[in-house]
Ligand binder design. Structure first.
Ligand SMILES: Nc1nc2c(c(=O)[nH]1)N[C@@H](CN(C=O)c1ccc(C(=O)N[C@@H](CCC(=O)O)C(=O)O)cc1)CN2
Ligand SMILES: [Mg+2]
Length: 280
């Protein structure tokens, strides 16, 4: 069997168009502020994509670029100004941050109502209580990709590989709320391959290039690959060996062109959600 490749670009384009159509009906223009500290080349690419996608959806986007040596107090002052700015509905600080900055303190400084990354403890708490408000963009995008495949999550055995706060933990919460039976596996899990093989839905988010091999995948599983790993030869690969896994999976996301585009589309949706909640 050869699994279907899930076209994340297409699903993302449809969501972006949906957000743009809703924005066009609003009596105000939602505002998004993206803060980039330092000059990490990948972060610069992602921030540019966010800015362009927001503008294309009719969102007033601005990027605030700060030097790599920025002091934490200066970054916190920038966030305080954005919190107080009524034209800004969404604020996000691109990660990773330089080592002198405490990312946790920065995230906690963002007004939870403007936290379009969904990383603030208030929004994390809402999600884990089962009343999600602003949900982290990548796991939200994964749920939409799963929906696009038509896979039934209720009662399904789902495995989340990875337990990060940005992807693994919120992913597990969302799948649980969709009535899947969820296992979270990680670097200390005893037999990762065996755990993966039991999964009807497998979400890989470990950041280890092509770690999930074809024989880790159950026949007919739906596989979502969240990994984005740049190899020394310049190739971009996911956490799954895509061709091998596609030989067993019913459907699998490619890298690139799978989850990544959904992260950006969901950011636009979160910005719209935040604007509507703030402005009515
Ligand atoms: N504040 C945040 N920081 C980071 C997040 C986040 O959600 N919020 N996620 C990642 C980076 N990221 C968005 O910020 C992101 C990563 C990748 C893509 C994407 O579209 N990738 C393409 C491939 C792009 C390439 O060639 O490098 C794809 O998968 O098709 C979008 C957004 C960490 N930081
Ligand atoms: Mg991808």
């Amino acid at each position: 069997m050869t699994g279907v490749l899930i076209d994340g670009k297409q699903v993302a384009a449809a969501l972006r168009a949906e957000v743009a159509a809703k924005v066009a009906t609003l009596p105000y223009q939602p505002g998004l502020a993206v803060v980039l500290v330092g000059d990490d080349p990948a972060s610069a690419v992602y921030v540019r994509s966010k800015d362009r996608a927001a503008a294309a959806a009719g969102i007033a986007a601005r990027t605030i670029r700060l030097p790599a040596a920025t002091a934490q107090a200066e970054l916190l002052a920038t966030i305080a100004a954005l919190n107080a700015d009524p034209t800004v509905d969404g604020i996000l600080v691109q990660l990773p941050l330089p080592p002198q900055i405490d990312a946790r303190a920065v995230i906690e400084a963002i007004d939870p109502a403007k936290d379009v990354d969904g990383f603030h403890p208030v929004n994390v708490g809402h999600l884990h209580e089962g009343r999600p408000t602003l949900v982290p963009c990548t796991p939200l995008g994964v749920m939409k990709l799963l929906a696009s495949t038509g896979v039934a999550l209720r009662g399904a055995r789902a495995l989340v590989l990875g337990r990060s706060g940005i992807v693994g933990k919120p992913m597990a919460a969302l799948l649980t709320q969709a009535d899947a039976t969820v296992t979270v596996a990680h670097s200390r899990t005893r037999d990762l391959a065996a755990e993966c093989r039991r999964a009807e839905v497998l979400v890989a988010a470990v950041g280890r290039p092509e770690m999930v091999r074809g024989d880790w995948v159950a026949e007919g599983a739906v596989v979502i690959d969240v990994g984005i790993n740049r190899l020394p030869d310049g190739r971009l690969v996911g956490d799954c060996a895509t061709a091998e896994c596609a030989g067993r999976a019913a459907a699998i996301t490619p890298v690139p062109g799978g989850v990544g585009p959904m992260t950006i589309a969901c950011l636009l949706e979160n910005t719209l959600t935040a604007a509507q909640a703030r402005r009515g």
